[in-house]
Design a protein around this ligand. Structure first.
Ligand code: UD1
Length: 422
């Protein structure tokens, strides 16, 4: 198994291009199932999660062709011959559940494996299922699979989410585009990835109002047609690399970065002593003079501070002046990076969903283990600012969500290399 060797020290200067959003692409790809005509995605990220979704769609009979070194995905679902999403693929990636709504809307039946456990908490799919039931789906859980039917087709209905779920909003939004009549989704997720999905669906002929607000209204149509859509910028990759000069000093421009994608995050950066400036091509980030200041952070659904940037922010605050309190409100058990940061000399106390971080002068390099996608990149960032060498193992987590991480960081002066097969 590969690992990543990071040697701390040295400022970072230059530009980092930000890719298309993994989480947007993972919901845009299943949208191909809603039409017999081709759907082409441009600005796709080159990630192992995208390969897993490709494999899943192909197993159903969709054609997925990766062009321009993976940046363009040309898809067609004119020949869907299998309606079962198998456990062997679904267990690799939770987002596989996103084929359920589209398959059901298209052909009135679908069988999808339950995703199973996940390193960052229980992550059930009950909200996805209840939302589809509100559209008339009949569901049965059998042998670890969700068996879904809508004999006369899905019908518009009202969905009232008791809590905000990105995936469940996406699943029911896709299903509602082909349901008969009007669907109203209350307490919908407002993430930019939802807006991007709705934009793409509208290009395909869907009638959607209110994406990006808490109430989305969908007027069902008989069929959707083909479209070409460019995947929105990855706000989590953006936020992650915005932290690189915050850890190391220097000035880095994030190409394609947009402030509206990371507003709550930027407020915390400002309070911590990091300046963010809009440029013609993106965002420029630099650490102001002096030490990073402690800040308190609470994760929330968009437009709040994203849970997917919590680990990286915690790593930064490990060397801040003062004590920071981080509250994780989206997922239980999402502090697995804390023990690894402690191995590097951090002072962190975790109690339930709250982590208290007391800043130390410097972290020290150590062998550490990636436990999930965002945790792994937080350890790399911590290693860049630590004294000595840090070896991050289990980097397959990283490959799920960050393309060319070694290339992008070395281009701005980081001492980082991938070590094969350890
Ligand atoms: C998506 C993102 C993930 C991000 C998360 C929150 C993708 C592929 N992944 O995950 O990177 O961290 O949003 O921003 O887009 N819940 C239930 N029942 C359900 C569904 C969710 O109880 O049926 C709970 C979850 O356990 C969690 C909360 O709702 O506590 C929010 O989860 P959700 O927004 O659904 O996250 P995902 O869509 O899985």
């Amino acid at each position: 198994m590969d690992s990543i060797l990071v040697t701390g020290g040295g400022e970072l200067n230059g530009q980092i291009p930000i890719a298309g959003a993994k989480n947007a692409c993972l919901t845009l790809m299943p949208a191909t199932l809603l039409s017999d005509e081709p759907l082409t995605l441009t600005n796709a990220p080159r990630l192992s999660d995208i390969k897993t979704m490709t494999e899943l769609l192909q197993s159903l009979g969709a054609e997925v062709t990766s062009l321009q070194d993976g940046k363009v995905l040309a898809m067609s679902s004119h020949n869907i011959h299998n309606h079962t999403a198998d456990y062997d693929i679904v267990r690799k990636m939770r987002a596989s559940i996103l084929v359920l709504g589209p398959m059901l809307a298209r052909d009135g039946h679908a069988v999808v494996s339950l995703p199973g456990g996940c390193a960052i908490g229980a992550r059930p799919v009950d909200l996805h299922l209840k939302a589809l039931e509100a559209l008339g789906a009949e569901l049965e859980l059998k042998d670890g699979y969700i068996h879904a039917k809508a004999p006369g087709g899905l019908k518009g209905g009202t969905v009232n989410f008791p809590l905000v779920s990105v995936g469940a909003t996406e699943n029911v939004l896709m299903a509602a585009t082909l349901a008969k009549g009007t669907t109203v989704i209350n307490n919908a997720a407002r993430e930019p990835e939802i807006v991007d999905l709705a934009d793409c669906l509208c290009k395909m002929g869907a009638q959607i109002d209110g994406a990006g607000t808490s109430t989305i209204t969908v007027q069902g149509v008989d069929r959707l047609h083909g479209a070409t859509h460019s995947v929105v910028t990855d706000r989590i990759e953006l936020g992650t690399y915005m932290l690189a000069p915050a850890f190391c000093g220097g000035e880095v421009e994030l190409l394609g970065g947009r402030i509206d994608l990371v507003e709550a995050f930027c407020e915390k950066l400002d309070a911590a002593g990091i300046s963010v400036e809009e440029t013609e091509n993106g965002l420029k980030v630099a650490r102001r003079n002096g030490r990073i200041q402690a800040v308190d952070v609470t994760t929330e659904p968009f437009p709040g501070f994203p849970t997917d940037l919590q680990a990286q922010m915690m790593a930064l605050l490990c060397t801040a002046s003062g004590t920071s309190v981080l509250e994780e409100k989206i997922f239980e058990n999402r502090f697995m990076h804390a023990p690894e940061l402690i191995r590097m000399g951090a002072q962190i106390d975790v109690h339930g969903g709250t982590a208290t971080v007391t800043g130390v002068d410097k972290l020290k390099g150590a062998p550490v283990m990636a436990t999930d996608l965002r945790a792994s990149v937080s350890l790399i960032l911590a290693g860049l600012a630590a004294e000595g060498e840090t070896v991050v193992s289990r980097v397959y987590h990283l490959d799920r969500g960050y393309e060319h991480v070694v290339g992008k960081l070395s281009a701005v002066g980081a001492k980082i290399e991938r070590i094969k097969g350890q």
